[in-house]
Ligand binder design. Sequence first.
Ligand code: ADP
Ligand code: MG
Length: 227
Amino acid sequence: MRDEIHRSEKLNVLGELAATIAHEIRNPLTVSKGFIQLIKSRSNNDIDLKYSTLALEEIDRAESIISEYLMYAKPQADKIEKVNVKEHLNAVLKIIESYIISHGHTVIHNNEDDLYIHADAKKFTQVMINLIKNAVEAMEQDGQLTINVYASNNQVVIDIIDTGVGMTKDQISRLGVPFYSTKDKGTGLGLMVCFRIVEALNGKIQAESTKGLGTKFSVVIPSALEK
Ligand code: ADP
Ligand code: MG
């Protein structure tokens, strides 16, 4: 099952007004969170503790929707530079490795050559972290995360492969649709952000998956040829 995913039509639905609205919502949330934490710390009543914990979890969820959405909506100029994909992924893995290992998974990183792309390094990091996080979340204990980086037809390909729950063709076709999530605490915004960032680099993200066996996401970005 192999699908190339074009998301631009779906992305256009979301306006830039979102950034302003998100800021306005974030402030009252922060204030409410502070008061609920205060109530929680002062109470020794089980029911109060239970409800304040639930309320805090819901506020965290709202906050993560806003952060992921803001990331996408914020009108900011890209800082395009030449990125050494190997060095970059080594750095990303340093940040996220303990998260992967703490979930009981192992990582294999096959990345031999120095390959270069033109990208905004921070946004490229965001793409890698979102895809790796999804891979980790898709796997039960003892999963295997494999990252392969190689060149193909003047493009750099980064495969992120997991041994997780996998997806049906129908699920693959929904990837990147805002708020599409199958997770209790998911935002359904991570992939939308990834698609948008990679499309802006004239690249693409492909997904191949088998339900119950695992998934491969391939990020394909034009090479920056000269060293
Ligand atoms: P979220 O992670 O918050 O749910 P995403 O946009 O990152 O939002 O992903 C959307 C959905 O795509 C997920 O809820 C999941 O159903 C599916 N998905 C993404 N990556 C994978 C993966 N590696 N394996 C299986 N399903 C995945
Ligand atoms: Mg995600």
